[in-house]
Design a binder for this molecule. Structure first.
Ligand code: MG
Length: 384
């Protein structure tokens, strides 16, 4: 394939799978970026021979430089180099699979440069949806979602006109605690929450899947990406993770995208869209799956999903506040300082406390996020 790509966050779960797909399709990788996983980065750098690689961690960059001394790959460090990777003039597609809020600046940088952005970093849209979509529009940039649900919707939208869409049906596996009542959730340990039934993912997103915060973020993401009001986005529990989402049109026809749960398909489609090519994914055998089931989500056990809808409707800085508070609460839970049930209580309190502001600038979004981090940290500390 005659395509040149950049992979940001290449050593994380989605980044590694994107690299696997790139190697399989023979796509040229011209730059890589990650935070501190030197071992994976060295392997990727030797495999793809990019012009340069960026490690955001200074020590990791220095060590990698020594490891790659026998190659002519330039090893760099820091924000400037990361943003330069995100806007490489001859790159056809920028893959952004950086974790959490650190992905926002590279997203804006790629879109400002008018690039096609394959976006796995949903936080970019959750934090700054209006700004991200406006930047894409103004600079001629384009977003191809890599999040499986949004990739599915993107594919389903090929079946009709945007103006004829009546609803998006966003599927959710329900996570490992599906069916549990609020009191049963209190004693959940990090190890239990990290065991996701159908998807293999990074730690933060796995916890977010267990609280359904991830699905809430995806509602906000879908609202911005596809220009649909939150009330027209319905979350549907679908335990088998075979239907990755659906689009309902005004004539009540529903178009679905089905495949085995495998992020490599989402990465590959973003690499080849609108074309399709054979790849690494297994064929779906529906007779083996036998049945596909659906249910409504339990908003009482998983209150963060409802809170995300509220923040989506309110807009302004609230989605950014929601994201920042959740980042703190999840990391405190993983470190064993707070309980599973505390995550939603803390996030709710932070969202209620921080005043909203409409049409925020990037710096206002950052200020609100910083405030949310401090608030959430203080609330967590009071529980230690
Ligand atoms: Mg998803």
């Amino acid at each position: 394939m005659n395509t040149k790509i950049v992979i940001l966050g290449s050593t994380g779960s989605v980044g590694r799978q994107t690299a696997e797909v790139a190697a399989d399709l023979g796509v040229e990788v011209i730059a890589l970026a990650a935070s501190r996983d030197i071992k994976t980065m060295e392997t990727q750098a030797r495999r793809f021979k990019p012009r340069f690689v960026t490690m955001s961690d200074e020590r990791a960059a220095a060590e990698l430089k020594i490891q790659l001394a026998d190659t002519d790959i330039d090893v760099r460090c820091g924000r400037e180099s990361l943003l330069e990777s995100a806007s490489q003039p001859d790159a056809d597609i920028i893959f952004n699979s950086i974790g959490q809020s650190a992905g926002l600046e590279p997203t804006l940088s790629a879109l400002s440069a008018g690039k096609r952005l394959a976006l796995a970093n949903k936080e970019s849209i959750v934090i700054a949806g209006e700004l991200v979509m406006r930047t894409a529009k103004e600079s001629g940039g384009e977003i191809i979602p890599v999040d499986s649900e949004h990739s599915a919707i993107y594919q389903c939208l090929a079946a009709g006109r945007r103006a004829d869409v009546s609803r998006l049906l966003l599927t959710a596996s329900g996570g490992p605690f599906y069916g549990m009542k609020p009191n049963q959730l209190e004693a959940i340990t990090p190890a239990q929450a990290l065991a996701h039934p159908t998807w293999k993912m990074g730690q933060k997103i796995t916890i977010d899947s267990a609280t359904l915060m991830n699905k809430g973020f995806e509602v906000i993401e879908a609202m911005h990406l596809f220009g649909v009001a939150p009330d027209s986005i319905e979350v549907l529990i679908h335990r088998e993770s075979i239907i990755h989402s659906m689009v309902e049109y005004t004539d009540n026809a529903v178009i679905a995208q089905l495949s085995l749960p495998d992020m490599r398909l989402c990465a590959q489609y973003a690499m080849t869209a609108p074309e399709r090519v054979p790849g690494l994914m297994q064929r779906l055998d529906l007779t083996e799956i036998v049945s596909l089931t659906f249910a409504k989500p339990d908003y009482e056990s998983f209150p963060l999903l409802r809170l995300a809808y509220d923040c989506a409707k309110e807009g302004g800085v609230l989605p950014a506040v929601l994201n920042a508070a959740d980042e703190v609460a999840v990391s405190q839970f993983l470190d064993g300082y707070i309980g599973f049930g505390d995550i939603s209580r803390i996030v709710k309190r932070v969202v209620a406390k921080i005043p909203n502001k409409s049409a925020p600038s990037l710096s206002e979004l950052k200020a609100a996020s910083d405030e949310a981090v401090l608030e959430a940290a203080a609330l967590c500390k009071s529980l230690h």
